[in-house]
Write a protein that binds this ligand. Structure first.
Ligand code: UD1
Ligand code: CA
Length: 432
């Protein structure tokens, strides 16, 4: 059966008080709409569509960057969630079953979606995902009987005092046969306080027509939507909680999980240890038995087994740290490969470099990779020793088993097994 997923993302997101579209605000260091797309993929959707507004160039560019086959639909005027779906008419014929997701609800899991799909298999014509909440957020309120039959959804803005106190809230996720969904949507009006065409109105319409409408529960944290910055911070926190559990379950030790922050794609293998206050930006892959000490910040890097990083290390994109490497305190590494057992233990900057096996970079070594205009590379071969406080002025080729004297400024290439010293000779004079 062809399942399609349509993600609504054309809303104005005014409550975010931002120049960027709401669904591009980050959760786990990636625009939140990524999670709805990923959920559609995990649910094995044959077709994925996204409804965007007409001036959504930034959203378009982000979706393009994912290289996933996604059909974009434009909703010219934001007349409500029901109206948004009608802009994707093509999905009426393209799909048998259709799931509606919102682009601002990033934490819903595939297990929950499977529950929703099951109610449909068991005969529901329409099924809606809800959650119990004690708060007074502006969620639609769901009226159900004890068999989970859903009779109507009342939008918060239109609810009276009693209805506002209903604890069962609409997550926004709906499944139905596409034909039924579109036929119901063609019958809704905008006769409500927001003068919008509410998707939620199809529930009472379906009931009037004798269709079976069911509801499914998930927990509140999972269904949390983002309407303002406070919601965004709550969703981020929930994402971090989930990701920490995933990493712990992988067999990684986190000494103080709540102080470690991950990205959507962070991978850490078994028996690695992360000390408190470490940040993982996007694109970090850590292999097994790695020790990351406190206050380190890692982005876009590959870290092989038995590496030790930090404390206070900064590892920047396109860095590879091979087996047994040690990167110590106040060291920054950018776009460089450190081969097996290389040590850069103190106060150094390594940028656009390659360092061969077993080489040692002394305290305070600086790769001068930028001349104010262009960037250049430095290659150091294996078993080389760079003394403390050395400036390596790129471009440079430095051979194997080289020794560079402390305090040198190196501007010329060095051949294998040479000793290089580039500093003024010391003069001692008697004082007058
Ligand atoms: C909606 C639901 C509400 C539910 C809540 C869950 C309706 C009428 N209300 O309210 O019952 O509890 O989500 O989070 O459905 N959008 C469009 N075009 C539009 C309007 C909205 O594409 O014209 C998109 C938005 O980009 C967003 C989603 O639909 O991704 C939901 O819209 P939003 O305005 O945030 O709805 P809520 O007020 O949160
Ligand atoms: Ca919302």
């Amino acid at each position: 059966m062809a399942l399609s997923v349509l993600i609504l993302a054309a809303g104005k997101g005014t409550r975010m008080n931002s120049n960027s579209p709401k669904v591009l605000h980050h959760v786990g260091n990636i625009p939140m709409i990524y999670y709805s797309i990923n959920l559609a993929i995990k649910a094995k959707a044959k077709n994925i569509g996204i409804v965007i507004s007409k001036d959504a160039t930034e959203i378009k560019n982000f979706i393009k960057s994912l290289s996933i086959n996604i059909k974009l639909f434009v909703q010219s005027n934001q007349l409500g969630t029901g109206h948004a779906i009608l802009s994707a008419k093509e999905f009426e014929t393209k799909s048998e079953d259709l799931i509606i997701l919102y682009g601002d609800c990033p934490l819903i899991t595939v297990d929950t979606i499977k529950k929703l799909i099951n109610t449909k298999k068991k005969g529901a014509d329409l099924s809606v995902l809800g959650f119990l909440s004690n708060n007074q957020k502006e969620y639609g309120r769901m009226v159900v009987d004890k068999n989970n039959n859903l009779s109507k959804i009342i939008e918060y803005k239109d609810a009276d005092k009693n209805e506002k106190n209903i604890k069962f809230c609409n997550s926004g996720v709906i499944i139905s046969k596409a034909k039924i969904l579109f036929s119901l949507l063609n019958q809704i009006s905008n006769n409500n306080s927001a003068e919008e065409f509410y998707l939620t109105d199809i529930v009472s319409l379906a009931n009037k027509q004798g269709l079976i409408v069911k509801s499914v529960y998930c927990n509140e944290a999972e269904a949390q939507g983002v309407n303002n910055r406070q919601d965004l911070s709550e969703v981020e926190l929930e994402f971090q909680k989930n990701k920490r559990l995933e990493i712990l379950d992988n067999g990684v030790t986190l000494k103080d999980p709540s102080s470690v922050y991950f990205s959507y794609d962070t991978e850490i293998d078994q028996d690695s240890i992360v000390e408190p206050n470490v940040i993982f930006g996007p694109g970090v892959k850590i292999k097994k038995n790695v020790l990351i000490k406190s206050f380190s910040y890692l982005e876009g890097c590959q870290v092989d087994p038995n590496v030790v990083i930090g404390p206070f290390a900064r590892i920047r994109p396109q860095t590879v740290l091979e087996h047994g490497v040690k990167v110590g305190n106040f060291v920054e590494i950018k776009q460089s490969t450190l081969s097996q057992n290389v040590k850069v233990n103190h106060l150094s900057y390594v940028g656009d470099g390659k360092i061969g096996k077993n080489s040692n970079i002394g305290a305070g070594t600086i790769f001068c990779n930028y001349d104010g205009n262009k960037k250049y590379n430095i290659n150091i071969s294996s078993n080389t020793f760079v003394g403390s406080n050395v400036s390596l002025v790129a471009p440079l080729e430095i051979g194997e088993s080289v020794t560079i004297g402390a305090g040198s400024t190196i501007t010329d290439d060095i051949s294998d097994k040479e000793l290089a010293i580039g500093r003024a000779r010391q003069i001692n004079k008697r004082k007058k």
